[in-house]
Design a protein around this ligand. Structure first.
Ligand code: FES
Ligand code: FES
Length: 155
């Protein structure tokens, strides 16, 4: 398969990588860089477990080609807590009991982080809509939406 060299920043670190042209960003993160915090759920853009930030936008990394990451700033869950200090969003998830098995959590945290950084003015219904692309098999969403509200400073 054809390869291409890309240059990007991942969690603040500049990297130059050789990737396959058909490789997804999700595969690149998990298999090549061993950043396994980003989860593979459906693999077809329906569950949100693979959400990462590309230039501040939350995207499904299973649908985003690694070659498209060239020149971009990528953030994954591994880059969020600094020196053991959770972010405000991560703290909200813990405080609201929004984590059970944790499989969906990195994706939710990245999406909520993007919303918080953009200064989203969503009310509870708006947050539900914004996060509707994420699936959770454990928590029933109530606590997750509570956490999102808390992280937005609306609670
Ligand atoms: S693994 Fe990407 S949306 Fe489900
Ligand atoms: S906490 Fe288990 S899938 Fe969401």
């Amino acid at each position: 398969m054809a390869h291409k060299r890309i240059n990007c920043t991942i969690n603040g670190q500049k990297l130059s990588l050789e990737v396959e042209v058909g490789e997804s960003l999700l595969e690149m993160l998990r298999s090549r860089l061993h950043l396994t915090g980003t989860k593979k759920g459906c693999g077809v853009g329906e569950c949100g477990a693979c959400t990462v930030l590309v230039d501040g936008e939350a995207i499904d990394s299973c649908l985003f080609l690694a070659v498209w990451a060239d020149g971009k700033d990528i953030r994954t869950i591994e880059g969020e807590a600094k020196e053991g200090q959770l972010t405000k969003v991560q703290e909200a998830f813990v405080e609201e009991g929004a984590v059970q098995c944790g499989f969906c959590t990195p994706g939710f945290v990245m999406s909520v982080t993007a919303l918080a950084e953009k200064g989203c003015n969503c009310d509870r219904e708006g947050l539900k809509k914004e996060l509707s692309g994420h699936m959770c098999r454990c928590t029933g969403y109530h606590n997750i939406i509570n956490a999102a509200e808390k992280a937005m400073g609306e609670k």
